[in-house]
Design a protein around this ligand. Structure first.
Ligand code: F6P
Length: 383
């Protein structure tokens, strides 16, 4: 087993709450636990691709007087574009800069790399590390919570808290004005945020990318709220990755060449008003979900992940990702993780919870139905 003296840590992909707590845990364990030098690579892969190399040494000086455990964002910076294998150059051409990354690793005389990223970043970083035979350990982070192999990723719990808080605030104004408030939240492929916060925040309708819906299904729930429950307001949560009523993806093409999600709530707003007559308003929460003070849960996860990732490198283990399973930290092979997003499954118990509360969650067949019931959720009004 090669002796370790220096390791690098980088954050890659969209930021989220809890990243600084991860960096802190990695540095504390590496420096205090093993006597290593721990270098923080700046701006994700960019720090190792740039010349001069961009990094900082992480030690007591970095953390002294800084409330790092509690702070949002990442002190190392991050990027969520510019794949090193197809890097967009200023002249419009695309170049493979992957070897610059590998050379950067060697120039810093690193013996291992800890990558904090979502499923896309972990996939690209794994490919880079395979190419250069660099020992890598991954730490999952993403507010979308869609990394395979782990029940929780850093940043998710804080985002769910933010969305739940937003629903609490919207409830009051919805009730005052007798409106349906539509809250659009993040979640491109997976609806974990919408589903979990929607239940916690008392939503009447939760739309997630994994579940087809009908406008009639939504309207039926609103009418039930009005006519049976005698309530003149409603809360609707929709994930950004949900398709528009027309079936088209709710994406916008920007002049920087990127395609981003956003806006499905506006389409729904008009359609719901036309079908039910209830006044509607839209809030798009956006990056508010990514910032702010990490929740207790994210701090705990970040700390456990950071320490375990360093311990893995110390044991000579790499090409693995730390993960949270059955109330504890474990590690799993990266190859099992880098195979696409972890979506809400039709048999997710929380879908049953939502349906049990009368929440409209789309028209997917009920997993355990087997009873010949209709595909549509049976509402109390049908009893
Ligand atoms: O992957 C996390 C995520 O927050 C998505 O839910 C969202 O679509 C995306 O990042 C937004 O990224 P950007 O920071 O580029 O706007």
């Amino acid at each position: 087993m090669a002796e370790i003296r220096r390791i690098g840590v980088l954050t890659s992909g969209g930021d989220c709450a809890g990243l600084n707590a991860v960096i802190r845990a990695v540095a504390f364990r590496g420096v205090n636990g093993y006597g290593w030098k721990v270098l923080g690579i700046l701006d994700g892969t960019q720090g190792l691709m740039s010349r001069p190399l961009r990094y900082i040494e992480l030690g007591a000086d970095t953390f002294r007087g800084r409330d790092i455990l509690r702070s949002g964002g990442t002190l190392l910076g991050t990027v969520n574009k510019g794949n090193p294998f197809a890097y967009p150059m200023p002249d419009g051409s695309v170049r493979d800069l992957s070897m610059d990354f590998v050379d950067g690793f060697h120039q810093l005389e690193l013996d291992g790399l800890i990558v904090v990223g979502g499923d896309g970043s972990l996939r690209i970083l794994r490919k880079l590390c395979e190419k250069g035979m660099l020992p890598m350990v991954g730490i999952p982070k993403t507010i979308d919570n869609d990394v395979k192999g782990t029940e929780a990723a850093v940043g998710y719990s804080t985002a769910v808290d933010v969305v739940t808080d937003a629903l609490d605030r919207l409830q009051a104004t919805a009730a005052s004005h007798h409106r349906a408030m539509i809250l659009e939240v993040m979640g491109r492929d997976a609806g974990h945020i919408a589903l979990n916060a929607g239940i916690s925040g008392g939503a009447d309708v939760i739309l997630i990318p994994e579940m087809p819906y009908t406008l009639e299904g939504i309207a039926e729930r609103i009418r039930y709220v009005q006519q049976v429950e005698g309530r003149s307001h409603a809360l609707i949560v929709v994930a950004e990755g949900v398709k528009r009523p027309s079936g088209a993806a709710a994406t916008v093409h920007y002049s920087d060449g990127e395609t981003r999600y956003g806006g499905v709530a506006n389409d729904l707003s008009e359609a719901i008003y036309l079908m039910t007559g209830i006044e509607t308003r839209v809030s798009i929460l956006g990056h508010v979900q990514r910032g702010g003070t990490p929740s207790m849960r994210d701090r705990l996860l970040a700390s456990a992940f950071g320490v375990h990732a360093v311990d893995l490198l110390a044991q000579g283990k790499h090409d693995r990702m730390v993960a949270w399973q059955h109330r504890g930290v474990v590690d799993v092979p990266l190859e099992e993780v880098c195979v696409g997003p972890r979506c809400v499954q039709p048999d997710d118990p929380l879908l049953n919870t939502a349906r049990g509360l009368g929440i409209y969650v789309g028209d997917f067949p009920e997993p355990h139905a087997g009873s010949g019931k209709s595909k549509k959720t049976k509402s109390l009004s049908e009893e």
